[in-house]
Design a protein around this ligand. Structure first.
Ligand SMILES: [Zn+2]
Length: 343
């Protein structure tokens, strides 16, 4: 897909254009005057092809999305008074964070938007915190190619216990909320030397699949069963209103109870399954290996031995591992549950 651009006029006219790889400027879709509201003063692109619209006069906010077919759709709407009325610049940051700036007073706030399009406040800086004369504020971005994943947290209908880790753990493990905590965002930034940026990945759920764990039939010998699980998860998340198209095949299904650990052209699957050494299948090295299959990488070998390379994450459990320095839980034999490597 070419780089797309949203143009909006004060009369509610909107257009979607593109700049292609040869720098050609093209029109993709056009919406007449009045098609959009006329009170928006800031329009800010967010992750997942979402857009934040803000009306300074009233503090009204809406979250919309742009479809692959260049349609504009509404996702959430916040009435007048929902936001402050003094923001003059709104800029999206990494990790689904948003910077709000009030010219004139220099007031600044940092907020965030979650998977359900809810806005929340993270930090607030009083008048005078910033200079008062800025007119445009621009995020300089991360250097990697955005490569967001949709992580679908799915319980089977016969799950008899709650998931063993908090919802926050999954946000940290898979999304920009955990940057610096050695989860999958850091894993792929390091392993690709900065070429892939998974910061805008999002975790959705927990959802309950309309299937029992006993109905899961997938395995290495039955790839159709694995494909079916990803289909069940996609259908369940879509029915709950999640718009998965921007994620392509970058889907990671986390099941509870855990069933399988795999990655392939349709997506990846994991859960809190434990191996003979007590390591969870959610460990970054194992997940990195499965998610890398989704990018097309195969296993690594040592001579004629598949999975035989002690220094390559594509050898799954073989590489040298170290206990995870941030997630330090141990099992009932005092073995670290979370490990990372090769190290
Ligand atoms: Zn594998």
């Amino acid at each position: 897909m070419p780089d797309r651009i949203l143009y909006c006029g004060f009369n509610g006219r909107a257009a979607i254009g593109a700049v292609d790889a040869n720098n050609g400027l093209r029109d993709l879709a056009s919406y007449p005057a009045g098609a959009a509201a006329t009170d928006w003063t800031q329009i800010t692109a967010l992750s997942g092809d979402r857009i934040l619209y803000y009306a300074k006069n009233t503090g009204r906010i809406a979250i919309g999305a742009i479809t692959p077919g260049n349609g504009l759709r509404d996702l959430a709407s916040y009435p007048a008074g929902a936001a402050a009325t003094d923001w003059t610049q709104i800029t999206a940051l990494s990790g689904d964070r948003i910077l709000y700036y009030a010219g004139g007073t220099g007031r600044v706030a940092i907020g965030a938007i979650d998977a359900n399009n809810s806005l929340r406040d993270l930090a607030s800086y009083p008048a005078g915190a910033a200079a008062t004369d800025w007119e445009e504020i621009t995020f300089l971005g991360s250097s990697g190619k955005p490569s967001p994943w949709a992580v679908l947290l799915c319980q089977f209908s016969d799950a008899a216990t709650p998931p063993g880790f908090s919802r926050k753990r999954f946000d940290e493990l898979f999304t920009g909320a955990g940057t610096g905590k050695l989860g999958m965002v850091d894993f792929f930034r390091d392993m690709t030397h900065g070429n892939l940026d998974l910061t805008t990945s999002r975790a959705f759920g927990w959802y309950t699949l309309p299937k029992k764990s006993t109905e899961y039939t997938g395995s290495g010998a039955n790839p159709q069963g694995r494909k079916d699980l990803i289909t069940w998860a996609r259908q369940t998340a879509t029915a709950a209103g999640v718009y998965l198209t921007p994620y392509g095949n970058r889907i990671c299904v986390v099941t509870h109870p855990p069933t399988d650990l795999f990655g392939g052209p349709d997506g990846a699957c994991t859960g809190d399954g434990r191996d003979g050494n007590g390591m969870t299948s959610l460990s970054p090295s194992l997940m990195g290996q499965e998610m890398a299959h989704v990018y097309g990488l195969d296993h690594s070998w040592a001579g004629s031995t598949e999975y035989g390379d002690y220094w390559n994450t594509m050898s799954t459990r073989t590489p040298y591992m170290t206990p995870h320095p941030v997630y330090t839980e141990v099992d009932n034999q005092s073995r670290p549950i979370w490990r990372m490597g090769p190290a």
